[in-house]
Design a binder for this molecule. Structure first.
Ligand code: 26W
Length: 820
């Protein structure tokens, strides 16, 4: 059967019921009567994916015929979120399915809630990758996402006495209907060993002789475009032992050793590293990086490209986009393939390699820039280290030529750092080899150029560019907020789902009292939906009438969850002292969602403190109905989809110059929450677009921060001169939230008083002042909803479709290829 003859299942209720029952019987091997809800969920998932199958096969067929330039998005993380909803949206099957299941006495919503989201990412960077591949599919761009199929994704967070305890995320346990393993297309990846040189036909050749190998098995996932007939592929690699490896040991007669070897190989894709922005320098992590980078290159060259393809034209067929430095080892890997396997000479190989990669940087924290010790890299990848040294030598020669007698500069720019140990700076390697280097918001890109990579931007002025992040309107508006979507579509039609700039057409409606009333109705209904969810999910009770003030993101000092908490403590303390009348407080629920890296002490302390403060104030009769903390455990994509549409206030309060972009900030604005935020990351652009009157700006600017730090920042000066701040900190220090034990939160208090790297105390007064502006604005519900509607209308820019257009125009130069 030719690919285009694959039958598309019928799009009718009868057809669906038939297909579903067939999947239940022949796929799951159960009758409807005996089926568990998990059986039903799996059968439903397979039925729905069946509707994408002919599009997928047609897309692949088309790709073979057209031979257009593709994008390969290389990312160690894809934080996908649940698949069923998105597949139902892409196929426009929701109504059919709901009715069909209804006939069988099954509720779609209850099956939906059974899906465990693939949490194959930590936070912003991983979720961004998922948004990007959604947009690329919707925009008809031939794309392959390449990553790792972690058996355990980001840990499941639980609270024990308010402290974070991590549990393994066994997302594959009950079956995984969205993946397609292809063991027959496995590739072999080498590690360790040594290199050998020889002279063949008068030419010096090098061969790498690895000491051990693992098998990389591809698992394919569908990435459906929004109702456009295209389904792209996400290919995630899973590690297993190679047969020869097994056999060797098996022949030696040592059965247990052979099983141990198997386990060692499988470890490579066992678990996602939960460190977000503080690299641990772990050997297994480098193994993961090389494992997926090498497998992906090999796959693209050997399997995706036609057999007779001349690699000299590689850059016309592919651009490998490096999502931060995690896949950067792909650069010397391509060099190795061209030099050692294809026999190219250095200059030719280097010229091609420089055209095939582009690099996105996602951070500004110096400690987040990955380096690999030369000792480790040389032990694990000896040939790659040789290649990196040679790249560096030639690069530094060029630097010396351009800047004679400037050895300090040469040392700063070197790919190899000498202190504190000799190590490879992956960001430098990516910058030297990359066609382009981009930051993820205007401010971030500017700081990359002017500070973090300033020597490089001077050396390669045309390499540096900005692409402001975006989020997919399909998942984060259309699916997450069906009520708002309905209201928007009723007003301006449904074109906005794939053309988010059209939200502008809502601007005049912000002046329409009836539209504002309906907008408030939507918000209220979303809040009720959240109230119900939190009750069953977490046993948390919150008042639907209160302002919902939300701070959800990874826990990190630079993001300043403590600043938000100090605000709450200051309000509580004010009431306690009789300085604030409880009746004067704007009724408010402060919701937190945050995971801490398991080894990040200060972050885990902060989680303990948020829960401890919550326990105290939530139980205080004086604050009933006035102030409450809600901290549901295990914030993830699924929870975000419920929380964000219900929010009134979005907290984006990082220290200026530290948050590269933020993407949660965009999701909130698009769902009609107002932002209280610093001039940081994409907040800057959000404020410019929505307007100062509809955004609560506060805090030091990046130049002010640099200035203050340069001239010696003294947090105690702020503590001493601000009574509210002093009282709040003293209250925490007194043990008021820790049963009188002053030691429990002592590290947080003394850190703020004597170090405060992220200037929490310096911004405290400005933050509280901004919160009083919030309260005043919120008191006028009608004016607030006008601002909220304007936030929605003016945030179309933050669609990831726009981000993709920017990458396409300025970096990738690939064209849409419609499949239909
Ligand atoms: C363990 C090493 C490591 C280093 C950096 C792990 C993860 C990182 C990432 C770069 C951290 C990250 O997720 N950065 C976030 O990327 C988002 C998408 O561009 C931005 O919106 C966030 O501001 C940025 O913090």
């Amino acid at each position: 059967m030719a690919d285009d003859q694959i039958a598309t299942p019928e799009h009718t209720v009868d057809g669906f019921v038939q297909d579903f029952l067939r999947e239940l019987t022949f796929g799951q091997g159960v009758t409807l009567e005996r089926s568990s809800s998990n059986d039903q969920y799996l059968a439903l998932a397979r039925t729905v994916r069946g509707h994408l199958m002919s599009r997928w096969l047609r897309t692949l067929q088309h790709q073979r015929e057209v031979q257009a330039k593709s994008v390969a998005y290389l990312s160690a993380e894809f934080l996908l979120g649940r698949q069923l909803n998105n597949a139902l949206l892409a196929t426009d099957l929701e109504e059919v399915v709901e009715e069909g299941l209804g006939r069988l006495g099954i509720e779609l919503t209850s099956l939906r809630s059974l899906e465990k989201e693939p949490g194959l990412g930590n936070g912003g960077l991983g979720r961004l990758a998922a948004c990007f591949i959604d947009s690329l599919a919707t925009m008809n761009i031939p794309t392959i996402g390449y990553g790792i199929r972690y058996e355990y994704g980001i840990f499941r967070q639980t609270f024990v006495d308010g402290w974070q305890v991590e549990k393994p995320d066994s997302w594959l346990e009950l079956g995984s209907p969205w993946e397609f393993p292809h063991p027959e297309h496995a590739v072999t990846i080498g590690f360790g060993g040594h290199t050998e040189t020889a002279t063949v036909d008068g030419r010096l050749t090098t061969t790498w002789v690895p000491a051990w190998q693992v098998r990389a098995v591809p698992y394919n996932y569908m990435v459906p475009g929004y109702r456009n007939g295209r389904v792209n592929t996400l290919r995630l690699w899973s590690a297993s032992a190679t047969e020869s490896f097994d056999l060797q040991i098996f022949n030696s007669g040592d059965y247990t050793a052979s099983v141990r070897a198997q386990t060692a190989a499988e470890n490579i894709s066992k678990v996602l590293y939960p460190e977000d922005s503080t690299p641990q320098g772990k050997e297994l992590r480098l193994q993961q990086q090389y494992f997926f980078a090498a497998a992906s290159l090999k796959d693209f060259i050997d399997t995706v490209l036609p057999a007779d393809f001349d690699l000299h034209g590689l850059d016309e067929r592919i651009i490998f986009q490096l999502n931060d430095t995690h896949p950067v080892i792909a650069i010397p890997e391509l060099m190795r393939i061209l030099l050692d396997e294809k026999g190219w000479d250095w200059d030719e190989a280097w010229a091609l390699t420089q055209k095939c990669f582009a690099y996105t940087c996602h951070t500004l924290l110096p400690e987040a820039l990955e380096v690999w010790s030369v000792e480790l890299l040389g032990r694990l990848l000896p040939r790659h280290l040789e290649i990196i040294y040679r790249i560096n030598e030639e690069f530094l020669d060029e630097v010396r030529l351009a800047f004679p007698d400037d050895e300090l500069r040469v040392r700063r720019m070197s790919i190899i750092a000498e202190h504190p140990e000799r190590a490879v700076r992956m960001a430098h390697l990516a910058t030297v080899a990359g066609q382009k280097v981009n930051g993820v918001a205007e401010l971030h890109s500017q700081l990359l150029r002017d500070k973090v990579l300033s020597d490089f931007s001077e050396f390669y002025p045309d390499k540096f560019t900005n692409v402001t992040n975006g989020v997919t309107p399909r998942r984060f508006v259309r699916l997450a907020n069906p009520r708002l979507s309905g209201l928007i579509t009723e007003a301006i039609g449904d074109g906005w789902v794939t053309d988010l700039d059209r939200l502008r057409e809502l601007e005049p409606l912000a002046e329409d009292p009836e539209f504002r009333r309906r907008f408030r109705e939507v918000k209220a209904a979303n809040k009720t939906r959240l109230v119900d969810l939190l009750k069953v999910r977490d046993g948390i009770e919150i008042a639907p009438e209160a302002m919902l003030d939300v701070m959800v993101k990874r826990l990190h000092e630079y993001k300043r969850q403590t600043l938000k908490l100090l605000h709450v403590v200051a309000l509580y303390d004010g009431v306690r002292r009789g300085e604030i009348r409880a009746e004067d407080l704007t009724p408010r629920t402060v919701a937190f969602g945050a995971k801490a890296a398991p080894g990040y002490k200060m972050a885990k302390q902060t989680i303990g403190l948020i829960n401890a403060v919550g326990r105290t104030i939530n139980a205080d009769p004086a604050l009933q109905g006035r102030l409450r903390i809600a901290f549901p455990a295990n914030y993830n994509v699924t929870l975000a989809e419920r929380l964000i549409p219900a929010a009134d206030l979005s907290e984006q309060i990082s220290l200026a110059g530290k948050e590269a972009s933020g993407t949660g900030n965009m999701k909130f604005a698009l769902n009609g929450a107002l932002t209280i935020g610093t001039d940081d990351g994409a907040n800057v652009e959000i404020r410019q677009l929505v307007g100062d009157d509809h955004f609560f700006l506060f805090g030091l600017t990046e130049p002010e921060v640099s200035d203050l730090v340069e001239h010696g920042y003294r947090p105690t000066a702020f503590y001493e001169s601000n009574a509210q701040l002093r009282h709040a900190l003293d209250l925490i220090a007194s043990g008021a939230f820790s049963g009188g034990d002053r030691r429990t939160f002592e590290p947080i208090v003394s850190n703020l008083l004597y170090e405060d790297r992220f200037l929490v105390l310096a911004d405290f007064a400005a933050y509280l002042e901004a919160q009083t502006r919030v309260e005043a604005a919120y008191a006028d519900a009608d004016a607030w909803s006008r601002s909220a509607v304007l936030n929605v209308a003016r945030s179309g820019f933050f669609s990831s479709d726009r981000s993709m257009r920017d990458y396409l125009d300025h970096i990738w130069h690939a064209q849409p290829v419609p499949v239909a």
